[in-house]
Ligand binder design. Structure first.
Ligand SMILES: [Cu+2]
Length: 148
């Protein structure tokens, strides 16, 4: 019993997940890039957390980044509507039901995160994660899918 607890404590300290990782950290920089193009969400996760870290120095008004998740087929329209919504709304249209999850917009040196129910993702559907800051989504985009 003691050995098992100690072992668990060591694993915890080392941040080694005992099961599937139900989170991912994405970095965005001052060159308008994410450091990943693909995220697979393990289907055993109930919730999944996206951590966004802006590793640059520019303020969010100039080089802000967020992470928005939608179906790939909705990406363009969600980004266009988000652009009109403005920075005060994190470049996401209020109440946009096509948006599965989104973070706030952050500037250089800042971090944020969002957690969503994995049940919102369907197997076999193409989803995109992207930054909806004006002009960013065509480059800052990647694929997110439910793992099999
Ligand atoms: Cu961006």
């Amino acid at each position: 019993m003691f050995a098992k607890l100690a072992f668990t404590a060591i694993l915890g300290l080392a941040s080694v997940p005992a099961f599937a990782a139900c989170d991912v950290t994405i970095e965005g920089n001052d060159s308008m890039q994410f450091n990943t193009k693909s995220i697979v969400v393990d289907k055993t996760c109930k919730e999944f957390t996206i951590n966004l870290k802006h590793t640059g120095k520019l303020p969010k008004a100039a080089m802000g980044h967020n992470v928005v998740i939608s179906k790939k087929s909705d990406e363009s329209a969600v980004a266009t509507d988000g652009m009109k919504a403005g920075l005060d709304n994190n470049y996401v249209k209020a109440g946009d039901e096509r948006v599965i999850a989104h973070t706030d917009v952050v500037g250089g040196g800042e971090s944020t995160s969002v957690t969503f129910d994995v049940s919102k993702l369907a197997a076999g559907e193409d989803y995109a994660f992207f930054c909806s800051f004006p002009g960013h989504w065509s480059i800052m985009t990647g694929k997110i899918e439910l793992g099999s």
